[in-house]
Design a protein around this ligand. Structure first.
Ligand code: TLP
Length: 352
């Protein structure tokens, strides 16, 4: 919960560290991680690699840095990267894919985040003097802009088959991959095994203050470590970031199921309100999107009115509101959010 007793549903990034995380920070054994001497960072990286069934991992400052480091480590400047047209990398990462990694983004539409393998096949043009070299395919799981939707292991496998057949690598922005694993009740390795490398965030549903992990082969992580350094992401006593990450992997993964149950409750409640449309099929994890186009409000007007009722949310495009459940949001807060949406809609009706 944020200060002032707002029900803060803007993002799972607003989560605060648990007492156990704060204790772990206080007692972490530290060293200079640029010299490879921080034992807590090493433990977290080993744990992350083991959880994903990969050889090695690298702690980075943010999800955006994780994606950028991974793009740089998976492809050479001037090469082509296939991105999902609503992906976080394409929409929200300041164009780092082009500006810094120097890659040509080639976007494809998808069904809730899952590419049709035939579309991927068609996008990979034959080697030709006129064409950029295709290097990489990226998937996002869960998919943020589609509403926290899951790309199932089978769907990943189908894309992986096409990528492999053409000598391309497959990378997953798995910022919320543990949400996908918990929702489908499968080991997270079931997702990770179909991609060459991936990242996941500590600072979202897992409640850590800072950090993401890039995970893959030892060779890839060595390149990623160097690319992290060129981006200024080499950290010194980073054990204070890693310590809560270890707590998160051990204690905060299973509870994501509560966030999903609360998101479902919230979505069903909001879907009963006249004038608000929710696509319940998309509510698969901790994100709820609802369409308010019939209310005829411009820009942030709905969000401002919700805030007056003590609930914080974000606009997601012009007529879609996003609410995200997370640690600290209980059933009663979801109830309060439903009541607030209903009250805003009622006020609008009364005041024309
Ligand atoms: N997403 C944030 C905002 O940037 C929109 C959020 O509130 O959802 N990949 C995915 C799939 C993400 O959702 C995000 C963050 C990132 C990468 C970037 O992570 P950070 O914010 O740590 O750089």
């Amino acid at each position: 919960m944020s200060p002032m007793e707002f029900v803060d549903l803007r993002s799972d990034t607003v989560t605060l560290p648990t007492e156990e995380m704060l204790d772990a920070i206080r007692h972490a054994k530290l060293g200079d991680d640029v010299f490879g001497e921080d034992p807590t960072v090493k433990s977290l990286e080993e744990l992350a690699a083991e959880r994903m069934g990969k050889e090695a991992a690298l702690l980075v400052t943010s999800g955006t840095q994780a994606n950028l480091v991974s793009l740089m480590s998976n492809a050479q400047r001037g090469e082509l990267v296939i991105l999902e047209s609503e992906s976080h990398i394409y929409w929200y990462e300041v164009g780092g894919v082009a500006a810094i990694a120097g890659l040509l983004p080639w976007t494809l539409k998808s069904q809730f985040g899952a590419f049709d393998p035939e579309d991927v096949e068609a996008a990979i043009r034959p080697r030709n003097i006129h064409f950029p070299e295709p290097a990489l395919v990226c998937v996002e799981n869960t998919h943020n802009r589609h509403g926290g939707t899951i790309v199932a292991p089978k769907q990943l496998e189908a894309v992986s088959r096409v990528a492999k057949a053409h000598g391309l690598l497959l990378y997953m922005d798995g910022a919320r991959i543990f949400n996908a694993a918990i929702a489908l009740r499968v080991d997270v390795r079931e997702f990770a095994r179909h991609v060459d490398n991936l990242m996941f965030s500590l600072s979202k549903g897992l409640s850590c203050p800072v950090g993401s992990l890039v995970v893959g082969t030892a060779e890839f992580i060595e390149k990623a470590r160097k690319n992290r350094k060129i981006l200024g992401g080499g950290m010194r006593q980073a054990g204070i970031i890693a310590a809560p990450g270890i707590v998160a992997l051990e204690k905060m993964v299973d509870r994501l199921a509560e966030d999903h149950a609360n998101a479902r409750f919230l979505a069903e409640g909001v879907s009963k309100i006249d004038g608000v449309k929710v696509d319940l099929k998309r509510v698969q994890t901790n994100i709820v999107l609802f369409d308010i186009s019939s209310l005829g409000l411009a820009d942030n007007q709905f969000i401002i009115k919700l805030e007056d009722k003590g609930v914080l949310a974000l606009m997601h495009g012009t007529h879609v509101v996003r609410m995200v459940t997370h640690f600290g949001i209980e059933r009663e807060h979801a109830e309060k959010a439903i009541a607030a949406v209903a009250a805003v809609v009622d006020d609008l009706r009364l005041n024309g």
